[in-house]
Ligand binder design. Structure first.
Ligand code: URA
Length: 216
């Protein structure tokens, strides 16, 4: 993991960067985009387990007694920010398979205001949990500020994590200004946002690419 502009990136993982490259490529089909977004979620979640505490205990193999290890990840709530996070979550939950899952729909309006419209919130109690908010694209940060606000109505988590595919420095800075305790993990930190609030170089609209609605 490499720290960049306030986020932890997986820019040192060739496998994660290879998956990201497939997502960035405009010639990647929706089917392949979704499949690779699922894989990326799985491998990023696997990397994220490095930040969890572990318990060690004795284990008996067929041959001898040795020391075993268990990752403490019993109290986790995953929040899926609709809609691009759906395939991402499918991968993440393969690692955090005992997690509770909540859903928040938040859509972003047009520039220059990018007003956020939250229409549906279904979040379980999150007291003392590790909260993992999944939103593939951390652009202006406005959606995630609203999502965290909604989550906080459902308890006080022990850890607040945002996991995404790409981020722009502006968005990460904005989130960290309001929530200095939030940990942000992304496959890569990109350069900037364009005037339409898209991450550059980015991968385009993650929801449209995952759900084949690019030309609507
Ligand atoms: N949402 C996306 O899907 N892509 C971006 O580049 C920014 C926000």
């Amino acid at each position: 993991m490499i720290e960049k502009n306030g986020a932890m990136t997986f820019e040192d993982s060739p496998y994660i960067q290879q998956l990201l490259t497939i997502l960035r490529d405009k010639n990647t089909s929706s089917i392949s985009f979704r499949r690779n977004l699922v894989s990326l979620g799985r491998y990023m979640a696997y990397e994220l387990t490095r930040t969890f505490p572990v318990e060690r205990f004795p284990v008996q193999t067929p041959v001898a007694k040795t020391e075993g290890l268990r990752i403490s990840m019993d109290k986790i709530t995953i929040i899926v920010v609709l809609r691009a996070a759906i395939p991402f979550m499918e991968g993440v939950i393969k690692v955090f398979d005992k997690a509770k899952v909540g859903v928040i729909s938040a859509s972003r309006g047009s520039p220059p205001d990018f007003e956020i419209n939250v229409k549906y919130v279904r979040v379980p109690r999150i007291d003392k949990d590790t909260l993992i908010i999944l939103d593939p694209m951390i652009a202006t940060g406005s959606t995630l500020l609203k999502v965290i606000e909604e989550c906080e109505k459902h308890g006080t988590p022990e850890r607040k994590i945002i996991m995404g595919v790409l981020s722009a420095p502006e968005g990460v800075e904005r989130i960290r200004k309001s929530y200095s305790d939030v940990e942000i993990y992304v496959a890569a930190m990109d350069k900037q946002l364009n005037n339409n609030g898209y991450i550059v170089p980015g991968l385009g609209d993650a929801g449209d690419r995952a759900f084949n609605t690019m030309f609507e």
